[in-house]
Unconditional design. Structure first.
Lengths: 707, 448
């Protein structure tokens, strides 16, 4: 079945309009419909169509590869496979959806060469064996008798499948208005009009179409409203569950959780200190001020974000602390694994304490807050230089009024335990210079590091996890130490904050790698003397060794994979030049295929004939070309009836005025065919050639006399 | 286990039934729109990222309106089917159906569909087939050969009926391709009329039962020098029509009922006063035994079907020569049918072969006994066997010991490349042929 005139052109235009490729759609549509003006046609053989199909398949493959890399497919899937949780699952599925969406949108462009080849060819229908591997296999296995059977090979016209695919491709965009609905309705009506049943009155048909449109329109409105309603009613916790645990506004700790805490060994950051620069000990992502167990909140810092200007524009240079001139630098590569409201990747940058300037950062937007958080919106992977030094930091100073300062708030539930510890240490009223070593010594000597939390005696008595940590278990991970230290210092009226980020300690090559298991929490203490916040980490130094015990013997494998995905992400996010080269690598392959399609038809045909000759023929003469004539004439409306003698059939053929001229050549051919088929000595080589050649001549004249 | 199988069987019936309904009810365009509807439903799940849901509602509305407007079909018809006597597996046959419209309005755009009796098996048969399939499952291969469907009788193309005016009659030609041998039952004829959009069809069923015997598939055989053919008896006369009626006079005897009148010896009757007939020398024609091995445990064995086809090919070909043929096989009991030289025709042999079923209950010894009982009257044996195991080799060995020439054809599953051990035929290995499914025609063509 062939689509009615202009339908495909209009559909391509509609697709261009809906998917943002208006110019492409218009050009493709115009090229396609120009076939009605230009009457020149090409004689493509099955092999030629096969090559065009292979060309389209290669284009599809290239597009799929491009779409996959451009939509964060590799990183999402590597995250998913290394650490399957709701977040990575969501990321992987959304990457898949985006990839599929991109490919679907490009489908009309990808398969246009095939449609154009059929439109501009002399062939009305193409054998299914060209595109279907199953049909091809069946055809290869079929015996000559099966092949000679009518309808043995199914033919198709690409028109309607292309029409459906183009409409499908047009639907991959959010609903902004009802233009898609009305466009689709118009095109479908056009199609139905061409194939309508003639037995019903026009008015009735139009009435039914109006009914369909009315019902369809009401239905789509209903679904849109229903979806909106469901979205409003869906529990918010579900949404928050899918987000990561750390964001600028709050940090959910594992404090109070029982059992073993396992952290992934996946590499998340790579560092290369500048020559002569020491590596930073910590990379901080954020700090928090209010503790409501088990969550730390940013408090007032939550809303004090300010945009950092790129100076000069498009230079990749961002000044976080204007006026500083640090020379200690480190190159940091990290992923932005969240998403902003407009859909582009976004994440908190892990920065060394005292970072004043960022160079070569390809961010679109950069914002900083008083909690020392720097949020970048940009490509999924960023590689940049951070320059840092002692002294000033991004963090806002503590409030001067001690009564309202968020940096001095201690939960009532922990006050008693904290007072107990202070009494034990006898540090009440002492200056900070004495308190800090005493606190550090207290945690180092009397506490141990452990990711395993047992159910203590105090559990179930209403005491908080921090109280139990301080008085009873005296064992925990960094979040316990950092939280307890912050609260202890606050109890002693020293402003302190809870900082999260990563600890840098694992060298790799000429730089360092930071794993998810290196995620760390520590304490920021306000130094009155220096008028700045300083890092104060009371977690026993043994935590690194403890974490190393959990190392998987297969880590080298995941590291190799991580390296591979990192390099891939670099090229995917435009951090290397490879991506540009990839497209160029495909060009020679595609060009070669195009050359074969256009210029190398003769040789292939020859090869095809040899292969055909190799097929065993069981009955003499079954490969006679005369059968092709029979099929061709059947297409002209004179099929041979079952059991009808050939001679009688040829008489019927001759009755058709357009074919009357063929009567004599056909009779001569029939005699040759009979001899070839039934004469025991068969045909001489010359006669066999004559049968072939004259059949070909007849076929060509039949083609010219197409009804 | 049985409960689970029953559930699967019910699901299988449901799926096949609904597929049948969908394919009959929806036109090709309608089927394409159904697929589009499902795709749009899948895409429409994401109402924020895609407008697929708009396409879904439009297609749903279209199909709903098509179904509602296409359900009613009050017109009346009469139909008459002209079936041939036989069909052959794999060979398309055409027959006519005469349709007469009794509707007061002209009817156009009609299609005619044949209704076969429900071919779906009962639970027991289905279970046997499925359990057998799981026992004989082969490792998964992409290019594995898919065997014929055991429960599908035939493929019938639907036919367009020309526009019918009131009381007008039209004859349409139906193309019917049988896929299984045996009897095909026709339940009726259905006339289908598409809705105004050409998506959904209203059906009008007209009961018209009939049955058609489908003969086994037959292969072409080359001219064969069959075993025993060279021992043609010198007293035989090729033109004789009945066995034991050679022109060589032997004696006179009393008339027995059934003796032909032309054999009455009138003079002796006159002398004795009672009818006396002339007796002629018995004729010794070539008489072959075609032994069909029916012993397989598999309920729907492709090997068995091919063995029947090979036997049918021999039955047809040998009867064109001047000989007798005894078909020997074991079904519920041991059977022997003789055809040729006026006794019976090829059609009757093929009719028998069309209805042969595999034998599960009887021992192989029964066939051996049957064959040995016949061995005295036959001049050669053609054995179509399903395997080449010890009992079958012993049978062949015994036939050889009796001095009977034997031609053994062993049907083998596709891909079986191991050559057969000739066993009792080691002195004449060219009398043993393995026929591999898929290449049987090719291998039969090599027989000499």
């Amino acid at each position: 079945m062939k689509p009615p005139p202009l339908l495909l052109g209009a559909t391509l235009l509609f697709w261009g309009w809906q998917s943002g490729f208006l110019l492409v759609g218009a050009v493709l549509g115009a090229v396609l419909e120009s076939a009605r003006v230009f009457r020149a046609r090409w004689e493509f053989s099955d092999e030629d169509f096969g090559r065009v199909w292979t060309f389209c398949a290669l284009l599809l493959l290239a597009s799929a590869l491009y779409a996959f890399t451009a939509n964060e497919g590799p990183s999402s899937f590597s995250n998913f496979f290394s650490d399957a949780n709701p977040r990575t699952t969501t990321q992987a599925s959304s990457a898949t959806a985006r990839t599929a969406g991109s490919i679907m949108r490009w489908l009309p462009m990808i398969f246009f060469p095939f449609l154009a080849a059929q439109t501009f060819s002399t062939r009305e229908a193409i054998p299914l064996t060209i595109i279907s591997m199953i049909a091809r296999r069946r055809w290869r296995r079929a015996t000559p008798a099966e092949r000679a059977a009518p309808q043995a090979q199914r033919n198709f016209h690409i028109g309607y499948p292309y029409f459906a695919g183009t409409l499908f491709a047009s639907s991959f965009h959010p609903a902004e208005n009802t233009s898609f609905f009305w466009g689709l309705a118009g095109l479908l009506t056009w199609m139905l009009w061409a194939h309508r049943t003639r037995r019903v009155a026009l008015g009735f048909w139009v009435g039914l179409v109006a009914l369909v449109l009315g019902l369809g329109f009401a239905g789509q409105r209903g679904i849109a409203r229903l979806a909106g309603y469901v979205q409003e009613q869906s529990p918010r916790w579900l949404d928050s569950f899918l987000r990561r645990n750390v964001d600028p506004s709050h940090s959910k700790t594992a404090i109070g959780q029982l059992g073993d805490l396992k952290l992934s060994g996946q590499i998340v950051i790579r560092l290369h200190p500048k020559p002569g620069s020491p590596p930073p000990a910590y990379l901080r992502e954020a700090s928090y001020r209010q503790f409501k167990s088990p969550v730390w909140f940013a408090g007032n810092s939550k809303d004090d974000f300010e945009t950092v200007a790129e100076d000069p524009p498009n230079s990749g240079s961002w000044s976080l602390l204007p006026g500083t001139s640090n020379t200690t630098g480190v190159t940091i590569a990290c992923y932005l694994d969240g998403f902003s409201t407009n859909g582009s990747p976004q994440g908190m940058l892990p920065l060394p304490t005292g970072s004043g300037r960022l160079e070569n950062l390809p961010a679109y937007v950069l914002r900083k807050s008083g909690a020392g958080t720097v949020v970048a919106e940009g490509p999924g992977l960023v590689v940049f230089d951070a320059f840092f030094g002692p002294g000033r930091t991004l963090d806002s100073p503590p409030a001067t009024n001690a009564a309202t300062s968020e940096d001095l708030i201690v939960p009532d539930s922990d006050k008693a335990a904290l007072e107990g510890v202070i009494a034990e240490l006898q540090i009440s009223g002492k200056p900070p210079a004495e308190i800090l070593p005493a606190v550090a010594g207290f945690f180092a000597s009397k506490f141990t590091y452990g990711t395993w939390q047992r159910r203590g005696r105090g559990a179930g008595t209403g005491s908080s996890a921090i109280t139990r940590f301080l008085l009873e278990t005296r064992k925990g991970h960094c979040e316990y130490f950092a939280t307890a230290t912050v609260l202890l210092l606050r109890q002693l009226k020293i402003p302190a904050r809870y900082a999260v980020g990563y600890s840098v300690h694992e060298p790799s090559g000429d730089g360092y790698v930071v794993r998810l298991s290196d995620a760390h929490a520590w304490c920021l203490v306000w130094s009155e003397a220096q008028q700045t916040w300083i890092d104060f980490d009371t977690t026993p130094a043994s935590w690194v060794a403890e974490e190393a015990k959990n190392r998987s013997p297969w880590r080298w494998l995941s590291d190799a994979w991580s390296r591979l995905t990192f390099e891939f992400s670099k090229f995917k996010w435009g951090q290397s030049k490879l991506r540009q080269y990839l497209l160029w690598i495909m060009v020679p392959g595609l060009a070669l295929l195009l050359y074969q399609i256009l210029f190398r038809r003769g040789r292939r045909r020859q090869a095809g004939k040899k292969a055909e000759a190799a097929i065993i023929v069981h009955w003499p003469g079954m490969d006679s070309e005369f059968y092709q004539l029979e099929m061709q004439l059947a297409g002209h409306g004179v099929p041979r009836r079952p059991s009808e003698p050939w001679n009688e059939w040829l008489e019927r053929v001759a009755e058709i005025p357009a074919l009357a001229g063929l009567q004599d050549p056909l009779r001569a051919l029939l005699r040759l065919h009979y001899r070839y088929r039934f004469d025991p000595p068969g045909l001489s080589d010359a006669d066999r050639e004559r049968l072939k050649h004259e059949t070909q001549v007849c076929l060509e004249s039949l083609n010219r006399a197409k009804p | 286990m049985n409960l689970v199988l029953k559930l699967i069987y019910r699901a299988d019936r449901l799926v096949s039934g609904s597929t049948y309904w969908t394919l009959r009810r929806f036109t090709r365009t309608g089927q394409a729109l159904l697929v589009a509807l499902l795709s749009a439903a899948f895409m429409g799940l994401d109402t924020e990222g895609s407008v697929g849901y708009q396409a879904f509602t439009l297609l749903l509305a279209l199909l709903l309106v098509a179904v509602l407007s296409g359900f009613r079909f009050p017109s009346r018809f009469t139909v008459e089917r002209g079936l041939p006597r036989f069909g052959t597996v794999g060979q398309t046959l055409r027959y006519g159906i005469v349709v007469q419209s009794l509707s007061p309005h002209p009817l156009s755009g009609l299609a005619l569909l044949e209704d076969l009796a429900d071919p779906r098996p009962r639970f027991g048969e289905w279970k046997d087939y499925k359990l057998d399939e799981t026992r004989h499952v082969r490792p998964f291969r992409l290019n594995r050969r898919v065997g014929p469907k055991p429960f599908k009788f035939a493929t019938i193309k639907e036919v367009a009926v020309p526009t019918l005016a009131r009381n007008q009659t039209a004859e349409v030609s139906v193309e019917f391709t049988p896929l299984r041998r045996g009897i095909v039952h026709f339940a009726g004829v259905t006339l289908a009329r598409p809705d105004p959009f050409g998506l959904f069809r209203a059906l009008r069923r007209l009961p018209l039962s009939a049955s058609l015997l489908i003969l086994p598939r037959r292969y072409g055989l080359p001219p064969l020098a069959l075993p025993g053919a060279m021992k043609y008896q010198p007293g035989g006369v090729a033109l004789a029509t009945n066995i034991g009626r050679s022109d060589e006079f032997v004696a006179l005897r009393d008339y027995r009922r059934g003796d032909p009148l032309r054999h009455i010896h009138w003079r002796s009757w006159a002398k004795t006063g009672k009818p006396i007939v002339k007796e002629f020398a018995d004729e010794f024609f070539v008489r072959h035994a075609l032994i069909l091995d029916t012993f397989t445990e598999r309920p729907h064995s492709e090997l068995f079907e091919e063995a029947v086809s090979v036997a049918a090919s021999f039955a047809c070909t040998l009867l064109t020569q001047e000989s007798l043929l005894d078909l020997l096989f074991v079904g519920p009991q041991a059977y022997s049918f003789t055809t040729g030289r006026g006794l019976a025709h090829a059609d009757q042999m093929l009719e028998i072969l069309a209805s042969v079923r595999p034998c599960h209950a009887q021992p192989f010894g029964l066939l051996e006994q049957l064959v040995l009982n016949h061995s005295s009257s036959v001049t050669g044996c053609i054995c179509v066997l399903l395997a080449w195991d010890e009992p079958r080799r012993q049978l062949v060995e015994k036939l050889k010991l009796l001095g009977l020439p034997v031609l053994v054809l062993v049907i083998q599953p596709p891909g079986e490349t191991q050559p057969l051990d000739p066993g009792p035929l080691r002195d004449e290995p060219d009398r043993l042929h393995a026929l591999e499914i898929g290449r049987i025609q090719e291998q039969l063509a090599r027989l000499r």
